[in-house]
Structures are given as structure tokens and as C-alpha cells.
Ligand binder design. Structure first.
Ligand code: 5GP
Length: 182
């Protein structure tokens, strides 16, 4: 089973995932590939590659899906990793942008996938991006996607406002089911 966490940049997808992974040590993180540089202190969330390497991976059909999510930063889901989710009883978690999430949920189906859209007011999102150390330019780029992302909320299983992290985690456990996180 794969739980997908979706939502505007700055909403706290990674914080929520960090708490869940600490609470459920068997929960596996589905690693993806990105051309973005690693952030300081960031969990081992990605295989970080150059743009050229990413393009070669596209050619070699490594990805089930990939997106140019922010500016010219590329993010891709590895095809074989999704196959593994279908084949195993283990539970996985991953954050995806709206387009990637729709594709992956369609592919895995309801039995193998649950989708949670997290949201928060724009003023809260802005402050969180600033606190994370994003530049004003990058904040603008990330915020420019909010409208498009919110138009997709109906496509996902659950909608949760992430104001208080503890409360959000409780709501996710109830929505997705604890047995799917263990
Ligand atoms: P960040 O740079 O904050 O780690 O991620 C930026 C955005 O890319 C987030 O919305 C994140 O969920 C999304 N993302 C991460 N990995 C993938 C992926 O493999 N495919 C797609 N489509 N989006 C991804």
C-alpha cells in the first residue's frame, strides 16, 4: 500500500511524513529522483542527479512519471519501485505533486493507494517557505502553482488542513487507517 501526501509547497508534507515514519518504523519511504540539490538535514528522500543524468534516465525509460515541478527542477517516480509496491505487503509513503499523484493513483488503484491532500492558508504557506530558507524568487515560483493544485483536490481521497502537526497526523491515521501505515 502506498500513501501519497499531496499539497502546495510549504504545507508541511515532509514534516508530516517525518513524524509518521518515526511513529511507524516499518513504513518505507518511496525514493524518487530529482535534479534539485539536497537540503541541509534533509531525509534521504531522493537520488540527486544532474539534468543530463535525468534526461538519460528518461531515455532509458526508468520513470513511470516525471514532472518539471518547480522552475527547471525535475522529479521522477521510478517505474520498478511502483512495481515493487504492487508485489509486496509492505506499506510505503511518498509526497508527489498533483499530476504525479493522479497518475500513480490511477496506476496502483484504490486497493494499493490512498491519497491525502494537505492544505493551509497562503499566509501560513508563505511563512513556512520563508522559515525553510527559500529565496523570494523561489517562493514566488512555488506559490504560482497553488491555484492549479487546489483545482485538483476533488481527485484525491482525503482533504486535511495542516495547521497543527499533531492533529494532522491523527487525522491521517484515521483517514488512511493505521494498518496501512504500520
Ligand atoms: P521538494 O523540492 O519540496 O522536495 O518537492 C517539490 C515537489 O515535487 C513536491 O510537491 C513534491 O511532492 C513533488 N515530488 C517529489 N517527488 C516527486 C516525483 O517523483 N514525481 C512528481 N511528479 N512529483 C514529485
Amino acid at each position: 500500500m502506498l500513501t501519497i501526501i499531496i499539497g502546495p509547497s510549504g504545507v508541511g508534507k515532509n514534516s508530516v511524513i517525518d513524524v509518521l515514519m518515526k511513529k511507524y518504523p516499518n513504513l518505507q519511504y518511496l525514493k524518487a529522483v530529482t535534479t534539485r540539490a539536497k537540503r541541509e538535514g534533509e531525509r534521504d528522500a531522493y537520488i540527486h542527479v544532474s539534468k543530463k543524468e535525468f534526461e538519460k534516465m528518461i531515455k532509458d525509460d526508468v520513470f513511470f512519471e516525471y514532472e518539471n515541478v518547480h522552475a527547471d527542477l525535475m522529479y521522477g517516480t521510478i517505474r520498478s519501485a511502483l512495481e515493487q509496491i504492487k508485489a509486496t505487503k509492505r506499506n510505503y509513503i511518498k509526497d508527489l505533486d498533483v499530476n504525479g499523484a493522479i497518475k500513480v493513483q490511477n496506476y496502483l488503484g484504490k486497493k494499493n493507494c490512498k491519497t491525502v491532500f494537505l492544505d493551509a492558508p497562503n499566509s501560513v504557506l508563505y511563512q513556512r517557505l520563508k522559515d525553510r530558507g527559500e529565496s523570494e524568487e523561489m517562493i514566488k515560483v512555488r506559490m504560482s502553482r497553488y491555484e492549479m493544485e487546489r483545482k485538483c483536490v476533488d481527485k484525491f481521497d482525503f482533504y486535511i488542513e495542516n495547521i497543527d502537526l499533531k492533529d494532522t497526523v491523527k487525522q491521517i491515521e484515521k483517514a488512511v487507517g493505521v494498518k496501512n501505515l504500520k
